[in-house]
Ligand binder design. Sequence first.
Ligand code: NAD
Ligand code: TYD
Length: 346
Amino acid sequence: MNILVTGGAGFIGSNFIYYEREVHPEDRIVCLDALTYAGNLSTLKPLLNDPQFRFVRGNIADRPFVRALFAEEKFDAVVNFAAESHVDRSVENPELFLRSNILGTQVLMDACREYGVARYHQVSTDEVYGDLPLDRPDLFFTEQTPLHTSSPYSASKASADLLVLASARTYGLPVTITRCSNNYGPYHFPEKLIPLMITRALADQPLPVYGTGENVRDWLYVKDHCSAIDLVLRKGRIGEIYNVGGHNERTNLDVVKTILAALGKPESLITFVTDRPGHDRRYAIDPTKIHTQLGWLPTTTFEKGIQTTIDWYLSNREWWENILKGDYQKDYERLYGGARLGENTK
Ligand code: NAD
Ligand code: TYD
């Protein structure tokens, strides 16, 4: 197969490309990525001389560019990871999220129709379901849970999902969708909770925990997400949505304390800061469908995954130190600087 992977210079997309090269070395991968602040070509450096791999810089919302690439490459399948992915940034600039996440998805699907691509896979998120109350641990997101979004990010992802289903129904486009819980692992951009806390703790900087730190996320090691996408791409039923998660719920405070303990750093680094507006309380996936229909199960426990991730950040300092030295740092100051950091809400 000749597979287009969009957003492959980001966190999950790059892990997926490495997974595919390992598990299906016969397939060819073309990575299309705009290299936004979150895209990092150095992540893909070991593949740049691989004859079964091609990197193309471009925007998925650029219709003429996308059409030309499809005409040239004659893809068999498309896996769309490309998106603006950070909730806090979406609060600041929603429009960018609409362009990349919604319009970009439509442009890719239109190209799939025009060039007869056999499979379009949309990488979505559990955030399209909104959140669950903290005092109802019996509730989980299933594929039937209504869409009920909270942030411009999740609203843009839900909009894209609706357009994917519309393309299937109206034009017969052969689509699948996966909705996964929070991922963690190597190459995770250090603005997201886990890599942010690891890199800041290593520098003995305050660790900004939003609100009281009681919000719950359902963490999945990134390689387990990649294996789920691979399975759905090859064996999933056309037109279907699959939730992906490993029943691994933790409060943010638990996660931060686990990281501090693993690094031998004091809990006094924890700083409670002003809560995120509209902050989702709890995410929790019911992965029964992908397990019973496709046999998928995660293989990495949180204990093992978090240690592997911490070890990766310890032995790949150059990767994230280069990011921290760049424009990202300026964005970080603008988004979180001044009053918000250090302000204690407890
Ligand atoms: P990321 O921000 O690390 O990477 C996104 C990549 O997409 C970057 O390389 C960026 O340069 C690229 N990109 C952004 N806009 C683009 C555009 N218009 N055209 C081309 N490339 C563009 O994100 P991630 O965490 O790897 O997430 C990947 C996908 O998985 C997203 O669609 C996200 O919604 C979804 N997802 C993420 C999580 C998570 O926990 N991170 C969980 C479930 C689903
Ligand atoms: P994040 O990694 O941004 O993922 P998402 O919002 O998509 O789940 O945040 C994970 C959780 O951690 C979320 O509840 C917000 C919280 N959080 C903090 O407490 N402090 C931080 O500095 C960040 C980035 C997130």
